[in-house]
Design a protein around this ligand. Sequence first.
Ligand code: GTP
Ligand code: MG
Length: 613
Amino acid sequence: MIIGTAGHIDHGKSALVSALSGRPMDRLAEERRRGITIDLNFAPLTLPGGAIAGVVDVPGHEDFVRTMVAGASGIDLALLVVAADAGIMPQTVEHLAVLEHLGIAAGIPVVTKADLVEPDWLELVLLEVTERLARSSVGFDAPVATSVRTGLGLEELKSRLAARAAGLEPRAGADLFRLPVDRAFSLAGVGTVVTGTAWSGRVSVGEVVNLLPSGRTARVRSIESYGRALEQSEPGARTALGLAGLSRDDAHRGTWLVGADSAWPVSPALDVELTLQPDAPRPLVSRSRVRIHLGTAEFMARVQPRAPIEPGGRGLARLVLERPMVARGGDRLVVRSYSPVTTIGGGRVLDPDPPRRRAAWPAALGHGSPAERLGALLERRPAGIAVAALPVLLGRPPVEAASAARGRADIRLVEDRWVREATLHELAARALTSLKAYHRTHPSDRGMPLETLRHGLRAPEPLVARALSDAAAAGRLRLTDGLAVQSGFVPRVEGGDAEIDRVVRILEEAELCPPSLAELEQRTGRRDVAAILRLAAQAGRVEAVERERYYARPALERFTATLAAIGQGSLIAPAEIRDRLGISRKFMIPLLEWADAKGITERVGDQRRLRNA
Ligand SMILES: Nc1nc2c(ncn2[C@@H]2O[C@H](COP(=O)(O)OP(=O)(O)OP(=O)(O)O)[C@@H](O)[C@H]2O)c(=O)[nH]1
Ligand SMILES: [Mg+2]
């Protein structure tokens, strides 16, 4: 369990964590000099029963809310600290809003410095806190009064924490490894060390991790959690990773470590649902410039709301980021105004890698089961979703994401992508349309070259292949010899059968010395002689002996009959064929090779022998 403090400056957060954990907080010289917390501080806390929790102590100063947000992202439980002698103050309210925007599920209000006030006053503050938190989306316990001077309430607080820890839903281990970096430093003998709370998944010593958004890779050399060396990290634990191959300057607060086996998009935009606080000074309109906090990262963005979002309202928006960032579906974020810098709202990531243009916004994008959200995400992605990207987009572990996909009858796995059936249908329909058009403009061609068809569809190759083979299976087209042919299509030539007859007759008359295609084109004055002869060949009337020379069927029959006659009982010498048929080498050599290829004859030196004689 990760516990985070929250609350106004000077209300006793650090003193409380020190008292609970026995560790000094505020270790920076400047923190000690000014008596305030400036940066995040961390301490392990052993709870009654032996479980270890990680505590993140955050600053309360209004200038450091960004640091507070980084610390509060990814905590399981908040200790909302209110000093008994001060009551609820501005950063109590702002930190509470941050916890709510981040979707923190559990909290314990702690009224500190109880020793400084009269019992009646303490009761009033406890009441004020209870009432203020009653409507919060954070599931708060009743407040605990404490004093680090007298020790009041500390044991009770510890046992409440233990009870909460026991009831906590464990974070998914069988999920993608992701750790938002909150610190990076160099350690002699170890190299670059990166620390953070592992949000999900595990990583082992020796594994490769990616640092995002830069995309640099590193190898995990060592893992440490709460002072113990581990072979494998635990989700939801404070974790320090010794990394080989990464310089200390590459990693810093705001970057992410993820497993190298998963597909994390680094995106220039995020599609989100935003909630604007009732106390926000103005509505969010197109191009409002805001600060976004997600994980430990802070970045600037322009809001493109679907409709202006009023204070107290909620709406859908695209965040156009000033530099590409990393997010996962379902991630919570905090929105702060650019100037003055105050917390104005929060949100939830609906699509961490939205299509650049013409994105549909189906209702299920924001709400619904993983299967429903998957349907909505696919509606915006005609090219489908890679299996490896789905757990990131949906924000669910891989096994759950895959079962959401398998649960939908209207999507299919095409190679490594989930694709809507409708997309494949639409592709097949477009293929048939362009096929029809091709047949219309090339009536004598046997079919449309597949490459031309594929190229024109402008869709990923595997999808096109699947759509075409579907259409073929449904009997709507045929795929042969690199050609696509619409079912029922018969190639035609201008002039019809009479023209085919005319060309075939020329070949018949030429017998065993037929003209080449080029010569035929000259003689007939037609440019489509090749198409005509292909049709005649399909009908069995002619055959190509060479690529550019066709023979009429009767001529070839006469040739084979001559071979058969000479070949009975003896070898066939080319000279004898020449004498009998009166053809020159120019025609005879290709004819003999044709006979060899047909299996009528085989070579014996320069001569031939009948194969079945
Ligand atoms: N009497 C009394 N003083 C306390 C108690 N808790 C904290 N203090 C004092 O209150 C002052 C502020 O305490 P911190 O723990 O630094 O307050 P903080 O909330 O961490 O402050 P920031 O981190 O700067 O927001 C210190 O002087 C503490 O000694 C308490 O229970 N009783
Ligand atoms: Mg402090």
